[in-house]
Design a protein around this ligand. Structure first.
Ligand code: ADP
Ligand code: MG
Length: 389
């Protein structure tokens, strides 16, 4: 789960990590009030969306008067921000963060994540902060250094010192850095974060360290033990189809193509998407209904697929194991009766209770195009979509 920058900064603040003072705002009036509370004389008005790259897209503005706070707040609220992380459709700005403006001497990069290769929490540090770290990784990878924390030993100050040296910090900044890293590590562990990115971590003109940006991802599987974190969820930032899928425990990811897929098993879902591409169309989604899906969940899955206006054809590809083909067939029939079917539907069933499943579909009177195997199914759905277009 993602949260907004201002929420991430509040969480980090609880762990003693230095962040600028700021106040969230939902209206231009609130933004001006926030600025008055902060006192100025320099403020930064920051669009709060679940995506980075806001600065370059005009979503972060340094201002020096209350009038400009109002002007930027009015301009940003309700506007759509397109950054390199939002995709071409962008994201609507519904919240702002008004923050104390900092005098920046240096911009550094710092992140912390669970490194799956080593099964350890790792810190990644670079002197090249503020800009795209992907660009730094591509052009000057030697400027990025990684530091692992041994889970048995836990965090030790020497890790913080090594990071400080890698960041070119000196004197009191080294001490500040050790404390900051210790705080970040504590936050990551205590809140089950899967990713924490501070870009930029700055050295102020006064020589102090400050986290100017904060991006946090939480491990969804650990959310049950963090009610306070779960409350930070901003559903308006999530794809409504993905949100509904989550309610039914479906593994669903919305994509940009035209063919809706309903598959059981992530591997089979990937293979299905691949073969759709091979025959010249694009999948509209990844959807794994799971091994133990009920007719109710299949119905929900089917409704989510048909609600997507980009879907011009549907491919149901089920290999019945624990999941029985007749359950899938029942779910599909129920869903079609409820929501109708305006696009071609190709169904490929195989495995447990396949005969019963096929019979249910045949007797339903629905206009289902049956397929024998994956290849046949993909060809048929692509052909049907091309024909209808
Ligand atoms: P994003 O990563 O989405 O572009 P950031 O929060 O990193 O957003 O802001 C972009 C840039 O704006 C920063 O690299 C920094 O130069 C400047 N900036 C952000 N917050 C402040 C602040 N409080 N004071 C001064 N400059 C800021
Ligand atoms: Mg940033």
């Amino acid at each position: 789960m993602n949260i907004h920058e201002y929420q991430a900064k509040a969480v980090l603040g609880e762990f003693g990590v230095p962040v600028p003072k700021g106040v969230p705002a939902f209206t231009p009036d609130e933004a001006v009030k926030a600025a008055e509370t902060l006192g100025g004389p320099v403020w930064v008005v920051k669009a709060q969306i679940h995506a980075g790259g806001r600065g370059k897209a005009g979503g972060v503005k340094v201002v020096k008067s209350l009038d400009d706070v109002r002007a930027e707040a009015t301009r940003l609220l309700g506007s759509t921000l397109v950054t390199h992380q939002t995709g071409p459709h962008g994201k609507q700005v519904n919240r702002l963060y008004v923050e104390d403006g900092s005098a920046i001497a240096r911009e550094l990069y710092l992140s912390c994540l669970v490194d799956r290769a080593t099964s350890r929490i790792a810190f990644i540090a670079s002197t090249e902060g503020g800009m795209d770290i992907e660009e730094v990784a591509a052009t000057t990878p030697e400027k990025i250094q990684t530091f692992h924390v041994d889970p048995a030993a836990g965090f030790s100050p020497y890790i913080g010192r090594n990071i400080a040296y890698a960041l070119g910090l000196e004197g009191d900044q080294v001490k500040q850095c050790v404390k900051l890293i210790a705080g970040l590590y504590k936050a990551v562990e205590a809140k089950d974060m899967s990713l924490l990115e501070i870009n930029p971590l700055i050295v102020t003109e006064a020589g102090d360290l400050l986290c100017l940006d904060a991006k946090v991802n939480f491990d969804d599987n650990a959310l049950f033990r963090h009610k306070d974190v779960a409350e930070l969820r901003d559903e308006t930032e999530e794809d409504p189809k993905e949100r509904e899928a989550k309610e039914y425990d479906l593994n669903y990811v919305a994509l940009d193509g035209t063919i809706g897929c309903m598959v059981n098993g992530a591997g089979l879902a990937m293979a299905t998407m691949d073969i759709i591409k091979l025959y010249g169309e694009e999948p509209a989604n990844f959807l794994d209904v799971g091994g133990g899906a009920t007719a109710e969940r299949v119905t929900a899955a089917f409704k989510i697929i048909t609600a997507d206006p980009n879907v011009q054809g549907i491919l149901v590809n089920i290999f019945g194991g624990i999941m029985r083909c007749d359950v899938i067939a029942d779910g599909v029939v129920t869903a079609v009766k409820e929501v109708g079917l305006e696009v071609p539907l190709v169904v490929r069933l195989e495995g447990t209770n396949v005969a019963e499943g096929k019979k249910i579909l045949e007797e339903s009177g629905l206009n289902v195009i049956p397929a024998d195997d994956l290849d046949d199914a993909a060809k048929k759905v692509v052909a049907a979509v091309k024909e209808a277009a």
